[in-house]
Design a protein around this ligand. Structure first.
Ligand code: MG
Length: 497
């Protein structure tokens, strides 16, 4: 895979950087799962110092020079070129942001996350406003440092989804918004899917759902114990510590059991991507999923397209029946409608498949304006509420259910939200192309999940970060981000005609 001498030299030097990343991943996982609360202070310092150390190693003049030399070499294979691309990009981003700005951003976001929590709890935007103003100001400066051609938002989008531009986002999200509104109105007026289901309020014992989650993961072929773990955290996540050690978490609220199961299946989708990367890429910068959008495509494929399908819910019905005593009152058909209730709601994280992307359209529109300086932070709450009414037909009466609901902006993550929608699009795109090669419904109904995973491995997963996201999609599907498949999927599933 790696033949070129220069690349071999780079990879040898890269090992110590990889090792720090490996340790960092384990520290992060531990921080979110088992670390006792008072470990926080020392852990934060240790992680910050390790980041600095990794940065120093990557920016070492000898290392930078090697990468620069390699980028001039023409006779490289795809994997070798991938190594150079990923490292050159990391170096470029690190060099672009001056240490003073980075320090200021880190300090501001740490304070802002606290202020956001207080503001949300007391439902008072004014407590968060000065911090968000500062974050927007620093983020605009960051975009300028990173460089952009058409729109400063481009520089930020690229951080989360390599090569993504404002133009891409507009081309995808705006037509999507228009068609989603029409679909939503029809779904609601047809009334075939419930707005609310009684199972949403039914309580469960944590041990019941622990059994459901691990049994379902086993049916999906998740290598629990061998290469993978399932633990618990406040916000479910997946972390690839190595190609032979990928861990997911889930949560147990004690009611509305689908939330726990869908979170588990979502993270299983992320984990499958990491687990199916070609083992020859071990220890290299290519040994991870390429971008947030492509990653989210894998998780949403399993969560939504598989996990919320009639075939899947019928397949796992016996598992539900065995572990959840209240299920005996409900048929598989009832369970299907419980998993697929549709209602325009105020909160993004509780949104269904039909309305979810409208929440993202709203955030992307506001982010674009913020980054360009075309909207004042003080105007955000009102603009938010107006857009909610325009897009979803519901209007928040409190900022905690409106502009204050997400943590992202307080963390300085501006440009992140669109990757959630890209994930949905990629999921439906995979479904469309997969169905040309295999009978998806039949495979799901018979629990033949390995065939789905194998298809994903060959088309997407095995490459890790070898190709940038758009090129990966072009190679797999001869196209990039296409909103039509998602709309087609929704129409077929939710509309009678
Ligand atoms: Mg995810």
């Amino acid at each position: 895979m790696f033949e070129n001498q220069l690349i071999k030299e780079i990879l040898e030097k890269y090992r110590e950087i990889w090792a720090i990343g490996h340790a960092q991943a384990l520290l992060e996982w531990d921080s979110e799962t088992y670390m006792p609360r008072e470990g926080l202070e020392e852990r934060a310092v240790a992680r910050a110092e390790l980041s600095l150390l990794a940065q120093k190693l990557i920016l070492k003049p000898e290392f930078v020079e090697l990468v620069e030399r390699a980028s001039g070499v023409e006779a490289l294979n795809d994997y070798e070129r991938g190594v150079v691309r990923v490292l050159a990009r990391e170096i470029r981003i690190m060099k672009a942001i001056p240490p003073r700005l980075l320090a200021e951003l880190t300090k501001t976001t740490q304070e802002a996350m606290y202020a956001w929590r207080v503001a949300k709890e007391s439902d008072d935007f004014s407590k968060f406003k000065p911090y968000l103003e500062k974050i927007v100001e620093l983020t605009r400066e960051k975009a300028d440092c990173l460089g952009w051609k058409e729109h400063p938002y481009d520089a930020l989008l690229d951080l989360y989804e390599e090569g993504l531009t404002t133009r891409d986002v507009d081309n995808v999200l705006e037509p999507l918004a228009r068609d989603l509104k029409v679909i939503l109105e029809k779904v609601v007026s047809e009334g075939r899917f419930p707005r609310k289901h009684p199972l949403e309020d039914v309580k469960y014992e944590r041990s019941w759902m622990e059994s459901v989650n691990s049994e379902v993961l086993r049916l999906l072929g998740y290598p629990l114990g061998d290469k993978a773990r399932l633990d618990v955290s406040a916000h479910p996540f997946t972390i690839g510590i190595g190609l032979g050690d990928v861990r997911i978490t889930t949560r147990y609220e004690g009611f509305d059991f689908k939330r726990s199961l869908l979170s588990t299946i979502h993270e299983f989708g992320h984990a499958t991507y990491e687990l199916q990367i070609n083992p020859s890429l071990k220890f290299t910068p290519l040994a991870t999923g390429v971008s947030l959008g492509v990653h989210e495509g894998q998780s949403r494929f399993w969560e939504n397209i598989v996990g919320r399908s009639r075939e899947f819910l019928e397949f796992i019905y016996p598992v539900l029946r065995r572990n959840l005593p209240f299920i005996e009152k409900y048929t598989p058909e009832d369970v299907y409608y419980y998993f697929n209730a549709v209602r325009p709601s105020l909160i993004r994280t509780e949104a269904d498949e039909v309305t979810y992307n409208l929440h993202i359209v709203l955030r992307a529109r506001l982010e674009k304006l913020m980054v360009k300086g075309e909207i004042k932070v003080s105007e955000l709450p009102e603009q938010w509420n107006n857009l909610m009414e325009e897009l979803l037909g519901v209007k928040p009466t409190r900022d905690s259910e409106g502009v204050l609901q997400d943590i992202h902006w307080s963390m300085g993550s501006i440009g992140y939200f669109p990757t959630y929608t890209l994930g949905n699009l990629v999921a439906a795109q995979m479904k469309y192309h997969m169905e040309k090669d295999l009978n998806l419904k039949e495979k799901i109904a018979s629990g033949s999940f390995n065939e789905l995973k194998e298809w994903q491995r060959v088309k997407i997963h095995s490459y890790g970060s070898t190709y940038p996201p758009k090129e990966l999609l072009r190679r797999a599907f001869s196209e990039e981000y296409v909103p039509e498949y998602w709309l087609k999927y929704l129409r077929e599933k939710y509309l009678s005609i």
